[in-house]
Design a protein around this ligand. Sequence first.
Ligand SMILES: Cc1cc2nc3c(=O)[nH]c(=O)nc-3n(C[C@H](O)[C@H](O)[C@H](O)COP(=O)(O)OP(=O)(O)OC[C@H]3O[C@@H](n4cnc5c(N)ncnc54)[C@H](O)[C@@H]3O)c2cc1C
Length: 450
Amino acid sequence: MMPETPDLDELRRSVAGAVLGPDDAGYDAARRCFNALVDRRPAVIARCAGTGDVAAAFDFARAHGLEVAVRGGGHNPAGHCVLDGGLVIDLSTMRTVEVDAGTRIARAAGGATWLDFDAATQAYGLVTPGGVVGSTGVAGLTFGGGIGHLTAQHGLTCDNLVGAELVTPDGSVVHAGLDGHAELLWALRGGGGNFGVATRLEFRLHALDRVVGGQLAFRGKDVSEALRRFRDIVAGSPSDLSCQAIIGVDEALEPAVIAAPCYSGSEADPAELRALRSAPGLVEDGVRSHGFLDQQLVFDSPYGENRHYWKGHFVRELPDELLDELVARIVALGRPPGGILIESLHGAPKDVDGDAGALGFRQAAFNVSATAIWQDAALDAESIGWARETAAVLEPWSVSGGYANYMQADEPIERVRAAFGDEAFERLRALKRRYDPGNVLRRNQNIPPG
Ligand SMILES: Cc1cc2nc3c(=O)[nH]c(=O)nc-3n(C[C@H](O)[C@H](O)[C@H](O)COP(=O)(O)OP(=O)(O)OC[C@H]3O[C@@H](n4cnc5c(N)ncnc54)[C@H](O)[C@@H]3O)c2cc1C
Protein backbone atom coordinates (compact mmCIF):
# COMPACT_ATOMS: atom_id res chain seq x y z
CA MET A 1 0.00 0.00 0.00
CA MET A 2 1.40 3.44 -0.95
CA PRO A 3 1.67 5.79 2.03
CA GLU A 4 -0.80 8.72 1.99
CA THR A 5 0.56 12.16 1.04
CA PRO A 6 1.38 13.51 4.50
CA ASP A 7 0.13 16.84 5.79
CA LEU A 8 3.42 18.63 6.33
CA ASP A 9 1.78 21.39 8.38
CA GLU A 10 1.09 18.77 11.05
CA LEU A 11 4.84 18.11 11.28
CA ARG A 12 5.62 21.84 11.11
CA ARG A 13 3.48 22.37 14.22
CA SER A 14 5.42 19.75 16.19
CA VAL A 15 9.05 20.62 15.34
CA ALA A 16 11.14 23.73 15.89
CA GLY A 17 13.28 23.20 12.76
CA ALA A 18 12.31 23.70 9.11
CA VAL A 19 10.17 21.16 7.24
CA LEU A 20 10.71 20.95 3.47
CA GLY A 21 8.39 19.28 0.99
CA PRO A 22 8.77 18.99 -2.81
CA ASP A 23 7.11 22.38 -3.37
CA ASP A 24 9.30 24.29 -0.95
CA ALA A 25 12.26 26.48 -1.87
CA GLY A 26 15.47 24.76 -0.86
CA TYR A 27 14.04 21.25 -1.34
CA ASP A 28 16.34 20.39 -4.26
CA ALA A 29 19.47 21.57 -2.45
CA ALA A 30 18.40 19.70 0.71
CA ARG A 31 17.91 16.38 -1.08
CA ARG A 32 21.31 16.53 -2.81
CA CYS A 33 23.93 14.21 -1.41
CA PHE A 34 27.65 13.96 -2.02
CA ASN A 35 27.28 11.24 -4.66
CA ALA A 36 25.64 12.65 -7.81
CA LEU A 37 24.74 9.08 -8.82
CA VAL A 38 22.03 9.29 -6.17
CA ASP A 39 18.99 11.35 -7.21
CA ARG A 40 16.02 10.72 -4.91
CA ARG A 41 12.91 12.68 -3.96
CA PRO A 42 11.78 12.33 -0.36
CA ALA A 43 8.20 13.16 0.65
CA VAL A 44 9.54 15.36 3.44
CA ILE A 45 12.83 16.58 4.89
CA ALA A 46 12.70 17.43 8.60
CA ARG A 47 15.56 19.77 9.50
CA CYS A 48 15.70 18.86 13.17
CA ALA A 49 16.81 21.38 15.77
CA GLY A 50 17.20 19.02 18.72
CA THR A 51 16.21 15.73 20.36
CA GLY A 52 12.52 16.73 20.56
CA ASP A 53 12.41 17.32 16.80
CA VAL A 54 14.03 13.96 16.09
CA ALA A 55 11.47 12.18 18.28
CA ALA A 56 8.63 14.12 16.59
CA ALA A 57 9.98 13.19 13.15
CA PHE A 58 10.04 9.50 14.13
CA ASP A 59 6.43 9.82 15.40
CA PHE A 60 5.31 11.48 12.18
CA ALA A 61 7.00 8.84 10.00
CA ARG A 62 5.36 6.05 12.02
CA ALA A 63 1.92 7.68 11.89
CA HIS A 64 2.10 8.13 8.11
CA GLY A 65 3.86 4.87 7.19
CA LEU A 66 6.92 6.70 5.87
CA GLU A 67 10.31 5.04 5.58
CA VAL A 68 13.11 6.97 7.32
CA ALA A 69 16.59 8.07 6.22
CA VAL A 70 19.09 9.92 8.42
CA ARG A 71 21.28 12.69 7.06
CA GLY A 72 24.45 13.96 8.71
CA GLY A 73 27.09 15.26 6.29
CA GLY A 74 25.50 13.54 3.27
CA HIS A 75 28.78 11.86 2.30
CA ASN A 76 27.95 8.17 2.44
CA PRO A 77 28.75 6.87 -1.08
CA ALA A 78 25.68 4.61 -0.90
CA GLY A 79 23.45 7.70 -0.64
CA HIS A 80 21.77 6.36 2.49
CA CYS A 81 20.93 9.92 3.59
CA VAL A 82 18.13 10.35 1.06
CA LEU A 83 15.25 8.19 -0.17
CA ASP A 84 12.32 8.27 -2.54
CA GLY A 85 8.98 9.04 -0.94
CA GLY A 86 10.01 8.79 2.71
CA LEU A 87 11.07 11.12 5.52
CA VAL A 88 14.62 12.41 5.96
CA ILE A 89 15.73 13.21 9.51
CA ASP A 90 18.17 15.94 8.50
CA LEU A 91 20.67 16.97 11.17
CA SER A 92 22.57 19.44 9.02
CA THR A 93 21.64 22.45 11.15
CA MET A 94 22.70 20.76 14.42
CA ARG A 95 26.40 21.58 14.15
CA THR A 96 27.55 22.98 17.50
CA VAL A 97 30.80 21.61 18.94
CA GLU A 98 31.60 22.34 22.59
CA VAL A 99 35.10 21.84 23.92
CA ASP A 100 35.97 21.23 27.55
CA ALA A 101 39.71 21.84 27.45
CA GLY A 102 40.10 20.93 31.13
CA THR A 103 38.76 17.39 30.81
CA ARG A 104 39.80 17.17 27.14
CA ILE A 105 36.34 16.18 26.00
CA ALA A 106 34.51 17.57 22.92
CA ARG A 107 30.73 17.34 22.52
CA ALA A 108 29.57 17.51 18.91
CA ALA A 109 25.93 17.87 17.86
CA GLY A 110 24.65 15.08 15.58
CA GLY A 111 25.06 16.98 12.31
CA ALA A 112 28.51 18.50 12.91
CA THR A 113 31.07 18.09 10.14
CA TRP A 114 34.81 17.60 10.56
CA LEU A 115 35.38 21.21 9.59
CA ASP A 116 33.10 22.27 12.48
CA PHE A 117 34.81 19.85 14.83
CA ASP A 118 38.43 20.65 13.94
CA ALA A 119 37.83 24.41 14.00
CA ALA A 120 36.37 24.17 17.52
CA THR A 121 38.97 21.82 18.99
CA GLN A 122 41.97 23.45 17.31
CA ALA A 123 41.06 26.74 19.00
CA TYR A 124 42.39 24.96 22.13
CA GLY A 125 45.26 23.12 20.38
CA LEU A 126 43.33 19.85 20.72
CA VAL A 127 42.28 17.19 18.26
CA THR A 128 40.50 13.88 17.74
CA PRO A 129 41.46 11.73 14.74
CA GLY A 130 38.72 12.34 12.15
CA GLY A 131 38.13 12.26 8.41
CA VAL A 132 40.27 13.96 5.79
CA VAL A 133 37.52 15.96 4.02
CA GLY A 134 35.97 18.77 6.07
CA SER A 135 32.36 18.39 4.87
CA THR A 136 32.08 14.74 5.99
CA GLY A 137 29.74 14.19 8.94
CA VAL A 138 31.31 13.45 12.33
CA ALA A 139 28.61 10.96 13.41
CA GLY A 140 28.40 8.99 10.15
CA LEU A 141 32.17 8.63 9.91
CA THR A 142 32.62 7.71 13.57
CA PHE A 143 29.90 5.06 13.56
CA GLY A 144 31.64 3.27 10.67
CA GLY A 145 35.14 3.43 12.22
CA GLY A 146 36.97 6.52 10.99
CA ILE A 147 40.37 6.55 9.24
CA GLY A 148 42.33 9.77 8.68
CA HIS A 149 45.52 11.78 9.07
CA LEU A 150 45.98 10.85 12.76
CA THR A 151 45.04 7.16 12.73
CA ALA A 152 48.55 5.93 13.54
CA GLN A 153 48.88 8.47 16.36
CA HIS A 154 45.48 8.23 18.07
CA GLY A 155 43.60 5.31 16.56
CA LEU A 156 40.34 5.13 14.68
CA THR A 157 37.83 7.88 15.29
CA CYS A 158 35.47 5.46 17.04
CA ASP A 159 38.27 4.50 19.46
CA ASN A 160 38.00 8.04 20.76
CA LEU A 161 34.22 8.06 21.10
CA VAL A 162 33.42 8.00 24.81
CA GLY A 163 29.70 8.71 24.82
CA ALA A 164 26.66 9.51 22.69
CA GLU A 165 23.10 10.72 23.15
CA LEU A 166 20.68 8.88 20.88
CA VAL A 167 17.00 9.19 20.06
CA THR A 168 15.71 5.70 19.33
CA PRO A 169 12.85 5.16 16.85
CA ASP A 170 10.29 4.91 19.69
CA GLY A 171 11.27 8.46 20.72
CA SER A 172 13.28 7.52 23.85
CA VAL A 173 16.47 9.42 24.60
CA VAL A 174 19.35 7.15 25.63
CA HIS A 175 22.87 8.05 26.74
CA ALA A 176 25.48 5.47 25.79
CA GLY A 177 28.71 5.57 27.74
CA LEU A 178 30.92 3.40 29.89
CA ASP A 179 28.64 4.13 32.87
CA GLY A 180 25.35 3.15 31.19
CA HIS A 181 24.27 1.44 27.97
CA ALA A 182 27.93 0.44 27.62
CA GLU A 183 27.01 -2.32 25.19
CA LEU A 184 25.42 0.34 22.97
CA LEU A 185 28.66 2.35 23.04
CA TRP A 186 30.47 -0.82 21.92
CA ALA A 187 28.00 -1.09 19.00
CA LEU A 188 28.40 2.55 17.97
CA ARG A 189 32.12 1.94 17.53
CA GLY A 190 31.72 0.52 14.03
CA GLY A 191 28.11 -0.70 13.95
CA GLY A 192 26.79 2.33 12.03
CA GLY A 193 23.58 4.29 12.40
CA ASN A 194 21.53 1.22 13.20
CA PHE A 195 20.44 1.95 16.76
CA GLY A 196 19.18 5.50 16.94
CA VAL A 197 19.79 9.04 15.77
CA ALA A 198 22.74 10.56 17.61
CA THR A 199 22.05 14.10 18.70
CA ARG A 200 25.35 14.44 20.60
CA LEU A 201 28.68 12.60 20.45
CA GLU A 202 31.45 12.89 23.03
CA PHE A 203 35.11 12.44 22.13
CA ARG A 204 38.40 12.21 23.95
CA LEU A 205 40.84 14.92 22.81
CA HIS A 206 44.61 14.99 22.42
CA ALA A 207 47.06 17.90 22.37
CA LEU A 208 48.24 18.78 18.85
CA ASP A 209 48.49 21.90 16.76
CA ARG A 210 51.30 21.64 14.22
CA VAL A 211 52.24 18.66 12.04
CA VAL A 212 54.63 18.02 9.16
CA GLY A 213 52.39 17.05 6.28
CA GLY A 214 50.98 17.85 2.86
CA GLN A 215 51.24 16.00 -0.44
CA LEU A 216 54.04 14.24 -2.30
CA ALA A 217 53.35 13.65 -6.00
CA PHE A 218 55.04 10.85 -7.97
CA ARG A 219 54.62 10.28 -11.71
CA GLY A 220 55.68 8.05 -14.55
CA LYS A 221 57.28 4.64 -14.76
CA ASP A 222 58.70 4.80 -11.22
CA VAL A 223 55.38 5.03 -9.40
CA SER A 224 55.41 1.29 -8.62
CA GLU A 225 58.73 1.83 -6.88
CA ALA A 226 57.31 4.80 -4.96
CA LEU A 227 54.37 2.65 -3.86
CA ARG A 228 56.71 -0.06 -2.59
CA ARG A 229 58.60 2.58 -0.61
CA PHE A 230 55.32 3.93 0.84
CA ARG A 231 54.24 0.41 1.83
CA ASP A 232 57.55 -0.48 3.50
CA ILE A 233 57.85 2.82 5.34
CA VAL A 234 54.38 2.84 6.83
CA ALA A 235 54.52 -0.85 7.73
CA GLY A 236 57.60 -0.24 9.86
CA SER A 237 56.80 3.30 10.89
CA PRO A 238 56.43 4.53 14.46
CA SER A 239 52.99 5.73 15.44
CA ASP A 240 53.81 9.41 15.04
CA LEU A 241 53.54 9.11 11.24
CA SER A 242 50.21 8.44 9.48
CA CYS A 243 50.19 8.18 5.71
CA GLN A 244 47.71 7.51 2.92
CA ALA A 245 48.33 7.11 -0.80
CA ILE A 246 46.18 7.48 -3.91
CA ILE A 247 47.02 5.89 -7.25
CA GLY A 248 45.56 7.67 -10.27
CA VAL A 249 46.44 8.93 -13.72
CA ASP A 250 47.45 12.48 -14.60
CA GLU A 251 46.18 14.53 -17.57
CA ALA A 252 48.72 12.81 -19.84
CA LEU A 253 47.19 9.49 -18.63
CA GLU A 254 50.50 8.53 -17.02
CA PRO A 255 50.22 6.72 -13.68
CA ALA A 256 50.51 9.05 -10.71
CA VAL A 257 50.72 8.53 -6.96
CA ILE A 258 49.90 11.05 -4.27
CA ALA A 259 51.17 10.27 -0.78
CA ALA A 260 49.86 12.31 2.15
CA PRO A 261 52.04 11.90 5.23
CA CYS A 262 51.18 13.46 8.57
CA TYR A 263 54.04 13.47 11.09
CA SER A 264 53.47 14.69 14.62
CA GLY A 265 56.73 13.69 16.34
CA SER A 266 59.47 15.95 17.61
CA GLU A 267 62.33 15.07 15.24
CA ALA A 268 63.40 17.80 12.83
CA ASP A 269 64.08 15.36 9.98
CA PRO A 270 62.55 11.92 10.71
CA ALA A 271 64.10 9.06 8.73
CA GLU A 272 60.77 7.64 7.49
CA LEU A 273 59.64 10.95 6.06
CA ARG A 274 63.06 11.53 4.48
CA ALA A 275 62.90 8.11 2.80
CA LEU A 276 59.41 8.81 1.47
CA ARG A 277 60.43 12.22 0.14
CA SER A 278 63.38 10.73 -1.75
CA ALA A 279 61.42 7.87 -3.39
CA PRO A 280 61.80 7.50 -7.18
CA GLY A 281 59.40 9.38 -9.44
CA LEU A 282 58.93 12.37 -7.10
CA VAL A 283 57.78 15.39 -9.11
CA GLU A 284 56.35 17.62 -6.38
CA ASP A 285 57.13 17.89 -2.69
CA GLY A 286 54.48 19.88 -0.83
CA VAL A 287 55.41 18.55 2.60
CA ARG A 288 56.00 21.22 5.22
CA SER A 289 55.32 22.13 8.82
CA HIS A 290 51.82 23.56 9.10
CA GLY A 291 48.84 23.79 11.44
CA PHE A 292 46.58 20.75 11.73
CA LEU A 293 43.73 22.73 10.11
CA ASP A 294 45.93 23.09 7.01
CA GLN A 295 46.61 19.34 7.02
CA GLN A 296 42.85 18.83 6.97
CA LEU A 297 42.76 20.72 3.65
CA VAL A 298 45.24 18.41 1.90
CA PHE A 299 42.40 16.43 0.32
CA ASP A 300 39.28 18.12 -0.96
CA SER A 301 36.36 16.91 -2.98
CA PRO A 302 33.50 18.84 -4.58
CA TYR A 303 30.08 18.15 -3.07
CA GLY A 304 27.35 16.70 -5.28
CA GLU A 305 29.14 17.24 -8.61
CA ASN A 306 30.58 13.80 -9.36
CA ARG A 307 29.15 10.31 -9.62
CA HIS A 308 30.87 7.82 -7.30
CA TYR A 309 31.06 4.06 -6.94
CA TRP A 310 33.50 2.71 -4.37
CA LYS A 311 34.44 -0.86 -3.57
CA GLY A 312 37.40 -2.27 -1.70
CA HIS A 313 38.90 -4.65 0.79
CA PHE A 314 40.97 -4.57 3.93
CA VAL A 315 44.15 -6.47 3.11
CA ARG A 316 46.70 -8.24 5.29
CA GLU A 317 49.60 -7.20 3.02
CA LEU A 318 50.38 -5.40 -0.22
CA PRO A 319 52.76 -7.65 -2.16
CA ASP A 320 54.68 -6.26 -5.15
CA GLU A 321 52.54 -8.14 -7.67
CA LEU A 322 49.37 -6.64 -6.20
CA LEU A 323 50.77 -3.09 -6.33
CA ASP A 324 51.79 -3.63 -9.97
CA GLU A 325 48.33 -4.95 -10.79
CA LEU A 326 46.69 -1.92 -9.15
CA VAL A 327 48.83 0.44 -11.23
CA ALA A 328 47.89 -1.53 -14.36
CA ARG A 329 44.18 -1.27 -13.40
CA ILE A 330 44.32 2.49 -13.06
CA VAL A 331 46.12 2.82 -16.39
CA ALA A 332 43.43 0.62 -17.93
CA LEU A 333 40.73 2.95 -16.58
CA GLY A 334 42.62 5.64 -18.44
CA ARG A 335 40.97 8.82 -17.21
CA PRO A 336 41.06 11.07 -14.18
CA PRO A 337 39.52 11.63 -11.65
CA GLY A 338 39.05 8.52 -9.56
CA GLY A 339 41.70 6.22 -8.25
CA ILE A 340 42.74 3.64 -5.75
CA LEU A 341 42.96 4.83 -2.16
CA ILE A 342 45.36 3.05 0.21
CA GLU A 343 44.92 3.79 3.91
CA SER A 344 47.43 2.35 6.37
CA LEU A 345 46.17 0.98 9.69
CA HIS A 346 49.56 0.78 11.41
CA GLY A 347 50.16 2.23 14.86
CA ALA A 348 47.50 3.07 17.45
CA PRO A 349 44.58 1.00 16.02
CA LYS A 350 46.61 -2.09 16.87
CA ASP A 351 47.05 -1.02 20.51
CA VAL A 352 43.33 -0.83 21.28
CA ASP A 353 41.56 -3.76 22.92
CA GLY A 354 39.66 -5.39 20.04
CA ASP A 355 36.63 -5.88 22.28
CA ALA A 356 36.21 -2.13 22.83
CA GLY A 357 34.19 -1.79 19.64
CA ALA A 358 32.15 -3.78 17.15
CA LEU A 359 34.28 -3.20 14.07
CA GLY A 360 36.26 -6.13 12.75
CA PHE A 361 39.09 -4.72 10.62
CA ARG A 362 41.55 -3.50 13.23
CA GLN A 363 44.13 -6.18 12.44
CA ALA A 364 44.28 -5.43 8.70
CA ALA A 365 47.42 -3.78 7.36
CA PHE A 366 45.73 -1.53 4.80
CA ASN A 367 42.29 -0.50 3.55
CA VAL A 368 42.38 -0.45 -0.25
CA SER A 369 39.44 1.05 -2.14
CA ALA A 370 38.76 1.43 -5.84
CA THR A 371 37.03 4.79 -6.05
CA ALA A 372 35.45 5.30 -9.46
CA ILE A 373 34.56 8.99 -9.95
CA TRP A 374 32.98 10.37 -13.12
CA GLN A 375 30.38 12.85 -14.39
CA ASP A 376 28.86 11.50 -17.60
CA ALA A 377 25.95 9.10 -16.96
CA ALA A 378 26.96 7.25 -20.13
CA LEU A 379 30.03 6.04 -18.19
CA ASP A 380 28.00 4.54 -15.32
CA ALA A 381 28.28 0.87 -16.30
CA GLU A 382 31.94 1.11 -17.27
CA SER A 383 32.93 2.94 -14.09
CA ILE A 384 30.99 0.65 -11.77
CA GLY A 385 32.42 -2.37 -13.59
CA TRP A 386 35.95 -1.02 -13.18
CA ALA A 387 35.54 -0.54 -9.40
CA ARG A 388 34.08 -4.04 -8.99
CA GLU A 389 36.80 -5.69 -11.07
CA THR A 390 39.54 -3.79 -9.24
CA ALA A 391 38.10 -4.87 -5.89
CA ALA A 392 38.08 -8.45 -7.16
CA VAL A 393 41.84 -8.18 -7.77
CA LEU A 394 42.27 -7.41 -4.06
CA GLU A 395 40.12 -10.26 -2.85
CA PRO A 396 42.85 -12.94 -2.44
CA TRP A 397 44.56 -10.70 0.16
CA SER A 398 41.34 -9.67 1.87
CA VAL A 399 40.73 -9.82 5.61
CA SER A 400 37.40 -8.98 7.28
CA GLY A 401 34.60 -7.64 5.04
CA GLY A 402 34.83 -4.26 3.36
CA TYR A 403 34.82 -0.86 5.05
CA ALA A 404 31.20 -0.07 5.98
CA ASN A 405 31.87 3.65 5.55
CA TYR A 406 32.70 3.18 1.86
CA MET A 407 30.17 0.49 0.96
CA GLN A 408 27.61 1.01 -1.76
CA ALA A 409 23.98 0.07 -1.20
CA ASP A 410 24.32 -3.09 -3.30
CA GLU A 411 26.63 -4.91 -0.89
CA PRO A 412 25.02 -8.18 0.23
CA ILE A 413 24.33 -8.81 3.91
CA GLU A 414 27.04 -11.49 3.92
CA ARG A 415 29.60 -8.76 3.35
CA VAL A 416 28.20 -6.63 6.19
CA ARG A 417 28.30 -9.70 8.44
CA ALA A 418 31.89 -10.41 7.38
CA ALA A 419 32.84 -6.83 8.23
CA PHE A 420 32.15 -7.62 11.89
CA GLY A 421 32.64 -11.38 12.11
CA ASP A 422 29.87 -13.79 13.14
CA GLU A 423 30.11 -13.25 16.88
CA ALA A 424 30.07 -9.43 16.79
CA PHE A 425 27.34 -9.48 14.15
CA GLU A 426 25.07 -11.55 16.41
CA ARG A 427 25.85 -9.23 19.33
CA LEU A 428 24.88 -6.28 17.13
CA ARG A 429 21.64 -8.01 16.15
CA ALA A 430 20.73 -8.48 19.81
CA LEU A 431 21.24 -4.74 20.33
CA LYS A 432 19.22 -3.96 17.24
CA ARG A 433 16.35 -6.00 18.71
CA ARG A 434 16.59 -3.91 21.86
CA TYR A 435 16.92 -0.41 20.40
CA ASP A 436 15.26 -0.68 16.96
CA PRO A 437 13.24 -3.92 16.85
CA GLY A 438 11.17 -2.71 13.87
CA ASN A 439 14.31 -1.95 11.80
CA VAL A 440 13.11 1.61 11.23
CA LEU A 441 16.76 2.54 10.70
CA ARG A 442 17.48 0.30 7.73
CA ARG A 443 18.82 2.84 5.24
CA ASN A 444 22.40 2.00 6.21
CA GLN A 445 24.79 -0.94 6.16
CA ASN A 446 21.98 -2.77 7.82
CA ILE A 447 22.06 -5.06 10.84
CA PRO A 448 18.62 -6.68 10.64
CA PRO A 449 17.05 -7.49 14.04
CA GLY A 450 15.73 -10.91 13.15
C1 LIG B 1 34.67 12.77 0.03
C2 LIG B 1 34.59 11.74 1.13
C3 LIG B 1 35.60 11.67 2.04
C4 LIG B 1 35.56 10.73 3.06
N1 LIG B 1 36.61 10.67 3.92
C5 LIG B 1 36.64 9.72 4.86
C6 LIG B 1 37.74 9.60 5.73
O1 LIG B 1 38.69 10.37 5.66
N2 LIG B 1 37.74 8.61 6.64
C7 LIG B 1 36.70 7.74 6.76
O2 LIG B 1 36.77 6.87 7.61
N3 LIG B 1 35.61 7.86 5.97
C8 LIG B 1 35.56 8.81 5.03
N4 LIG B 1 34.49 8.90 4.20
C9 LIG B 1 33.36 7.98 4.36
C10 LIG B 1 32.40 8.53 5.40
O3 LIG B 1 32.94 8.39 6.67
C11 LIG B 1 31.08 7.74 5.40
O4 LIG B 1 30.55 7.73 4.12
C12 LIG B 1 30.09 8.30 6.41
O5 LIG B 1 28.95 7.46 6.43
C13 LIG B 1 29.66 9.70 6.04
O6 LIG B 1 28.90 10.25 7.06
P1 LIG B 1 27.99 11.52 6.71
O7 LIG B 1 27.27 11.92 7.94
O8 LIG B 1 28.78 12.54 6.01
O9 LIG B 1 27.01 10.90 5.62
P2 LIG B 1 25.44 10.72 5.54
O10 LIG B 1 25.26 10.16 4.18
O11 LIG B 1 24.72 11.93 5.92
O12 LIG B 1 25.16 9.62 6.62
C14 LIG B 1 25.55 8.30 6.40
C15 LIG B 1 24.87 7.41 7.39
O13 LIG B 1 25.46 7.63 8.67
C16 LIG B 1 24.46 7.50 9.66
N5 LIG B 1 24.39 8.77 10.39
C17 LIG B 1 24.85 9.99 10.04
N6 LIG B 1 24.65 10.86 11.04
C18 LIG B 1 24.03 10.18 12.03
C19 LIG B 1 23.56 10.51 13.31
N7 LIG B 1 23.71 11.74 13.83
N8 LIG B 1 22.97 9.55 14.05
C20 LIG B 1 22.83 8.29 13.59
N9 LIG B 1 23.26 7.92 12.37
C21 LIG B 1 23.85 8.86 11.61
C22 LIG B 1 23.17 7.17 8.95
O14 LIG B 1 23.02 5.77 8.91
C23 LIG B 1 23.41 7.68 7.56
O15 LIG B 1 22.67 6.99 6.60
C24 LIG B 1 34.47 9.85 3.17
C25 LIG B 1 33.43 9.92 2.24
C26 LIG B 1 33.49 10.86 1.23
C27 LIG B 1 32.40 10.91 0.21
